[in-house]
Write a protein that binds this ligand. Structure first.
Ligand SMILES: [Zn+2]
Length: 272
């Protein structure tokens, strides 16, 4: 699933193509991709509006429009936003196309049909309950400590909880926990102050590193131009079950934590 670094990359790379351009057409091959309002109203309200802002909140892409409304996109498990269809499969899996003036076309490709779009007046009706942005100044070690302090759930599940901190999913939670040497099943409240400070730092490191590498193409993720991200080549544990730990050589394990496969090193990340 695209996480913060992937959506940040999509935002950065789409911005010059979208900002200032009016929407001239909307084609929906699968109307279920629009959650709000109706597909018909979505089309009629969107056409003619200029895109004034391209932003990200957590894993959501947010396009500001001249009317003050916002078009919000969530790619879920398998969505991509592409400036051209990938050549090997011209129309397969394309669920929607936005036409902009000047000839730009934005394709919403989504093999699993889990992606969503909303056109709303108040973005907080969709993203208002998200936790802090992990790369913003207000996400301090103290804020993380306070948010974990009474939580008995496994730290891996807490990091993936979008209301605790926004934008982190399976891959970057595993990477941040490995670098902080914290077992994914430790409870939130069991972490020492030193461990929380370390985890805060490793969360920011893994996210910045992945943004630098334009996201991780381990599954279906593609950058808007159709290129792959390269962050997966820096992964130390994520998607590397059965391979040796890059620090100690112990075979990495994969265990379910609240139904999410979690990769870790049993030697470097002991369950205290
Ligand atoms: Zn190890």
């Amino acid at each position: 699933m695209p996480e913060l670094p992937e959506v940040e990359t999509i935002k950065n790379e789409l911005l010059p193509y979208l900002i200032g351009h009016p929407v001239t057409g909307v084609i929906l091959f699968w109307e279920g991709i629009v959650r709000q309002p109706s597909a018909e109203e979505f089309r009629s309200r969107l056409i003619g509006q200029r895109i004034t802002e391209v932003a990200r909140r957590g894993k959501y892409l947010i396009l500001g429009l001249t009317s003050g409304e916002v078009l919000i996109v969530h790619l879920k498990m398998s969505g991509s936003l592409l400036l051209k269809p990938t050549s090997s499969e011209p129309n397969k899996f394309i669920r929607a196309i936005l036409h902009l003036d000047g000839g730009t076309e934005l394709y919403f490709r989504d093999p699993r049909k889990l992606g969503r779009m909303w056109l709303v007046e108040d973005k907080n009706s969709i993203v208002g309950k998200l936790g802090p942005e992990p790369l913003e100044a207000d996400f301090s070690p103290e804020v993380l400590a306070q948010r974990l302090s009474k939580r008995t759930a496994p730290i891996k599940a807490l990091l993936c909880d979008q209301s605790l901190v926004a934008g982190i999913g399976n891959m970057y939670a595993d990477e941040a926990l490995f670098s902080a040497r914290i077992h994914p099943l430790r409870s939130g409240k069991s972490l020492s102050q030193q461990e929380v400070e370390c985890l805060h730092s490793t969360i920011q490191q893994v996210l910045w590193s992945a943004i630098n590498d334009k996201g991780a193409s381990v599954d279906t993720y593609l950058r808007p131009g159709g290129e792959l991200g390269t962050a997966q080549f820096q992964f130390k544990v994520a998607h590397r079950g059965g391979q040796p730990c890059p620090v100690c050589g112990t075979l990495l394990q994969r265990i379910p934590v609240r139904n999410r496969g979690s990769y870790f090193c049993p030697h470097c990340q002991p369950l205290k």
